[in-house]
Design a binder for this molecule. Structure first.
Ligand SMILES: [Mg+2]
Length: 247
C-alpha cells in the first residue's frame, strides 16, 4: 500500500481526469465521518460542494451498506448514482436478485425474533440486507459473541460482513460492491474506476485487481488489497479537491 498523496502517485489521479473515469465512494467512514449515532452521519458542506462540482464533470457513484432511501436523505445531489445494500440495490438489472434477498431477509427476521440478543442490540431491516448493531451495548464483547452465535443458526446461511459494532447479514452469493462497480462500468461504458472506501465491505472492490481500477483505503491496513491509503477520513476532502483541480 502506498500513501496516495506521495508526489509521484498524484500523476495517477491526474491521468484519471483525462480518461473516461467513474469516481466512486463509500459513504460512512469515507465521505462522512463515522458518527456514534449512525443516523446522524452526514456529508460535510465541503464534501457536498466538491461532489456537486465533480458530478458536473464526470460520472460519480456512492456505494454503501445503507439502503438507497436512507442515502437519498443524506445526499441531495442530482446525477449521482446511489447504490445501496452493499451493492445489491440500485442496479436495475438485479431486480429479481433483490426480490429474492427481500424474502430471505424476512425469513431471517422471523428467526432472529426468537432470540433475545440483549440490551443495546438493534436490528436494522434494510429490505435487502439486515444489520445487527451493538454500538449501544454496555458489554460489546458479550453482545458480539451472542449475535455471532445466533447468526450461525440462521437458515439458509447468510454472508456476514463485519463492520464497526455491526454485523451485516446479506444473502450468500449476492452481488457486492465490486460487482456493482463493474456493472456500472459496463452500463456507462466507463474506462477507469477510482474508488475510496474504509471498511471490510470495501475489500470486495479492492480485491477486483482490475487494471481499470485505482483503489484507495481510508486508513492503512497491511492485509487490505487496496493500492493506496489515506491516513484519515478528513483527507477525503483533499482527494476530492485534488481530483477537481485536475479538470
Ligand atoms: Mg464505510
Amino acid at each position: 500500500m502506498h500513501y496516495l498523496f506521495e508526489k509521484k502517485f498524484l500523476k495517477h489521479i491526474q491521468q484519471l481526469s483525462k480518461k473516461n473515469t467513474l469516481f466512486a465512494f463509500d459513504f460512512d467512514g469515507t465521505l462522512a465521518k463515522i458518527s456514534k449515532n449512525a443516523d446522524k452521519a452526514t456529508l460535510s458542506r465541503r464534501n457536498h460542494a466538491f461532489l456537486m462540482r465533480l458530478s458536473c464533470l464526470a460520472p460519480v457513484a456512492i456505494i454503501s451498506g445503507r439502503g438507497v432511501d436512507d442515502l437519498k436523505k443524506r445526499i441531495d445531489i442530482p446525477d449521482i448514482d446511489l447504490v445501496g445494500n452493499h451493492g445489491l440495490e440500485g442496479i436495475h438489472r438485479w431486480k429479481s436478485k433483490q426480490m429474492k434477498a427481500k424474502k430471505l431477509c424476512q425469513q431471517w427476521l422471523r428467526q432472529l425474533k426468537r432470540h433475545h440478543l440483549g440490551p443495546g442490540v438493534f436490528i436494522e431491516n434494510k429490505k435487502y440486507s439486515l444489520s445487527i448493531h451493538f454500538r449501544d451495548s454496555k458489554n460489546k464483547k458479550i453482545s458480539a459473541k451472542k449475535i455471532a452465535d445466533t447468526i450461525e443458526q440462521l437458515k439458509p446461511s447468510p454472508r456476514i460482513i463485519h463492520g464497526k459494532c455491526v454485523y451485516n447479514i446479506i444473502p450468500a452469493h449476492s452481488p457486492h460492491k465490486g460487482t456493482a462497480l463493474l456493472e456500472l462500468k459496463r452500463v456507462k461504458k466507463i474506462k477507469k474506476i477510482f474508488y475510496v472506501g474504509d471498511d471490510d465491505t470495501d475489500e470486495d472492490v479492492f480485491k477486483l485487481k482490475s487494471p481499470a481500477l485505482l483503489s484507495v483505503r481510508v486508513g492503512k491496513k497491511n492485509t487490505s488489497q487496496a493500492q493506496y491509503y489515506l491516513q484519515r477520513q478528513s483527507e477525503v476532502s483533499k482527494v476530492l479537491e485534488t481530483i477537481l483541480s485536475f479538470f
